[in-house]
Design a protein around this ligand. Structure first.
Ligand SMILES: Nc1ncnc2c1ncn2[C@@H]1O[C@H](COP(=O)(O)OP(=O)(O)OP(=O)(O)O)[C@@H](O)[C@H]1O
Ligand SMILES: [Mg+2]
Length: 456
């Protein structure tokens, strides 16, 4: 059986049977049901490229039930089957606009119906290859990925590979949401320490009084309330990597402790005199300019030189607009695999708008906007509105594309030939060495006023 020609048909038994019979010669594999629960099971059990839904006023299903069913599978394109009269009803039309790819009217014309199904199948296959639609559940063991083909990302990935080979401290700098933590994880995952722990701590998120015990741990009775001894985050990262996020926010007195640790890789738990040697690699990240912080007396220069042995910089999204579409598609697919959602992708306007947006919040902003759009979207393709973005009309392309240049030349040639030949279409066509039909096609394509003899 050709599985790609499998069609789920939902509706009244008699009508679905006669439809299947009329289309028998076209080798579609129909699975018919009049039960929504059974349909739901079938949709969830395997990817189905096409579903036919019979929309007739006599059935007992509520439009809510149908909406739920049709949104269930992201890999199914729906074709409505209904009478010409039903097609005039406002609610039915709205339902089709929201959920269906095409419609077939009754009484059935088998040839036309087959044509609709063939074209739906082509689009379904196209969507599956382009957006990877299907039922593949998210792979829990999937590696974390840095998405992007820009020079800036390629350079960062190369730097990560080199940095991962050695054990020296690294300072990762970059604006908020550009992937500093992701970079730290990738360094760890590519290093010989990958089997060990990756411990991250945000130096700016903990109250000053807690950071010391969080980092270095404490002994029982070290302070009031310390009923048990506690292993600090540095010690528990032994054999792995310690990621000090927002190191610029580390209070001054702790900068001294950290400096001492970086010098000899030994720590003392709070309340203990014993020194413990810890084998850990240190990565640090900051979005503030540490050199400025040194000048203003907020960061120790000696600590800065200790952590700034190797550097990685995560580039802001506005420096690599060519990565925006790939990132948006990546997160679109990721969120789609996590939730059932009938949205199929981004419309052209939303892709253009995303390119125009300055992305002050970088990749984090982008993924939040995509997630929001997938919830808000009422059509099958995400619009700028769903993303909470407005298309800027003032943005003009800096350089025209080859297509623009061709179109412009074509239009000019047509208008000039018509002018030379006093608006006589046949003569102008001969002048250009094309048929009159081709000339008319070009006239319509470029919105050139039709010559007087155009109806001749
Ligand atoms: N190139 C990328 N490809 C895929 N996902 C990315 C990329 N860059 C960032 N991300 C994702 O964007 C989100 C923000 O990244 P991350 O937390 O690493 O940024 P950050 O620079 O540490 O931000 P902040 O300064 O706000 O802490 C994460 O979910 C991360 O996985
Ligand atoms: Mg971060």
């Amino acid at each position: 059986m050709d599985k790609s020609r499998y069609v789920l048909m939902i509706g009244d038994q008699r009508l679905t049977a006669s439809t299947a019979l009329s289309l028998k010669q076209y080798a579609w594999q129909f699975q018919r049901t009049s039960c929504l629960i059974e349909a739901e099971k079938l949709l969830l059990s395997a990817p189905i490229p096409i579903g036919i839904i019979l929309l007739e006023s006599s059935h007992t299903w509520s439009s809510l039930e149908l909406e739920k069913l049709l949104s269930l599978s992201t890999s199914t394109l729906w074709v409505a089957l209904l009478t010409v009269d039903s097609l005039q009803e406002y609610e039915t039309r709205a339902f089709i606009a929201r959920h269906c790819h095409a419609c077939i009217t009754l009484p059935l014309n088998p040839e036309e119906a087959n044509y609709v199904l063939e074209s739906t199948l082509t689009i379904s296959e196209l969507l599956a290859t382009h957006f990877g639609t299907g039922h593949s559940p998210p792979d829990p063991g999937r590696k974390i990925e840095m998405i992007g083909n820009s020079h800036a990302i390629e350079k960062l990935l190369k730097d990560i590979e080199k940095i991962a080979l050695v054990d020296a401290p690294v300072l990762i700098t970059g604006e908020s949401g550009t992937g500093k933590e992701l970079t730290a994880r990738l360094i760890h995952d590519h290093s010989t320490r990958r089997e060990g722990p990756f411990n991250a701590i945000n130096c700016g998120a903990l109250p000053a009084g807690l950071i010391q015990t969080e980092l270095f741990g404490h002994e029982k009775g070290a302070f009031t309330g310390a009923g048990k001894s506690k292993v600090g985050i540095i010690e528990s990262a032994s054999g792995g990597t310690l990621f000090l996020d927002e190191i610029g926010d580390l209070p001054m007195e702790l900068q001294v402790h950290l400096l001492r640790f970086l010098e000899d890789h030994r720590i003392q738990r709070l309340g203990s005199l014993r020194e413990i040697s810890v084998d850990v690699r240190v990565l640090a990240a900051t979005h503030v300019d540490l050199e400025n912080a040194i000048e203003s007396g907020d960061f120790r220069e000696d600590l800065y030189h200790r952590i700034n042995v190797l550097q990685a910089r995560t580039p802001p999204l506005r420096e690599r607009p060519e990565d925006i579409e790939a990132l948006a598609l990546h997160y679109f697919q990721k969120f789609r695999a996590e939730t059932s959602c009938r949205v199929r992708g981004f419309n052209h306007d939303s892709l253009v708008t995303m390119r125009q947006h300055p992305w002050p919040g970088n990749v984090r902003e982008l993924l939040n906007r995509v997630r929001r759009a997938m919830v808000m979207c009422e059509e099958r393709l995400i619009t700028p509105d769903d993303l909470g973005l407005e298309r800027r009309k003032d943005v003009v392309r800096a350089r025209p594309s080859l297509e623009d240049i061709r179109n412009c030349a074509e239009r000019e040639a047509v208008t000039a030939a018509l002018a030379r030949n006093r608006n006589h279409a046949l003569h102008a066509a001969q002048d250009l060495g094309i048929s009159r039909a081709t000339l008319y096609r070009l006239i319509d394509k470029h919105c050139v006023p039709r010559p007087l003899d155009s109806r001749a």
